[in-house]
Write a new protein. Structure first.
Length: 74
């Protein structure tokens, strides 16, 4: 092989190595995003459940301001 061929082969090898690392990184990022989406979905379900529970709770025993009698100094 000539010097030019050797240089070109080294460049090709370097590009193949970089591409392999990039593929690995993309797979890791995809796994992380998938895990995060599962966690987000779980939290959204939990929040929906909590909102439903809170709405179903009976109101507090404290009267609203409009129902309160005015204080004696009025």
């Amino acid at each position: 092989m000539t010097e030019t061929e050797l240089r070109l082969q080294k460049q090709i090898d370097d590009l193949e190595i970089k591409q392999a690392f990039q593929e690995h990184t993309i797979e890791e990022l995809n796994d992380a995003i998938t895990q995060q989406q599962k966690a987000i979905d779980k939290m959204a379900t939990q929040i929906t459940f909590l909102v439903t529970k809170l709405k179903a709770m009976e109101p507090a025993n404290i009267a609203s301001i409009s129902e309160e009698t005015p204080p004696p100094h009025y």
